[in-house]
Design a protein around this ligand. Structure first.
Ligand SMILES: [Zn+2]
Length: 139
């Protein structure tokens, strides 16, 4: 979904017309995902058409930021030196209450205490020079 670039040593997505609204919304503390007005399907960011009905009328909408841990892994090795200080860190698949699933870190809970189905709430942390990054915390 994303090409990667580096900003102050951090691997960051290259912003384009398909993902920019999602990342711009993070700066305002909002979770923006996509929605198909033709079949009412919510979509993860980066869709250029609806995966359910094929409509190209996909629109951006603000999500609640509430969801639950659908699945997760705890990384004990890192593929990128930028993350070495974070090991071990989690990568969670969060299912928003609207339906789309997003990959993010869950903060504010020990990795050993992560539980599938646990309710979470969006939170935002700055990376690099104030670049916002969507994370989740226990709700
Ligand atoms: Zn649709």
């Amino acid at each position: 979904m994303y090409d990667i670039t580096r900003t102050l040593g951090w691997p960051m997505p290259v912003l384009n017309e398909l993902n920019r609204p999602h990342f711009d919304a993070m700066a305002e503390g909002k979770v923006l995902v996509q929605h198909c007005p033709d079949c009412a399907t919510w979509l993860a960011p980066g869709a250029f058409l609806c995966e359910s009905c094929g409509s190209t009328g996909v629109q951006w909408r603000q999500a609640s930021g509430r969801g639950e841990i659908y699945s997760y892994v705890v990384m004990h090795r890192t593929f990128d030196p930028a993350f070495e200080a974070m090991v071990p860190y989690n990568v969670c698949l969060i299912e928003l209450e609207e339906g789309p699933r997003l990959l993010a870190n869950v903060v504010g809970v020990a990795n050993a205490d992560l539980t599938i189905g646990s309710p979470v709430q969006a939170t935002f942390e700055s990376v690099g020079e104030g670049l916002p990054l969507l994370k989740f915390k226990p709700a």
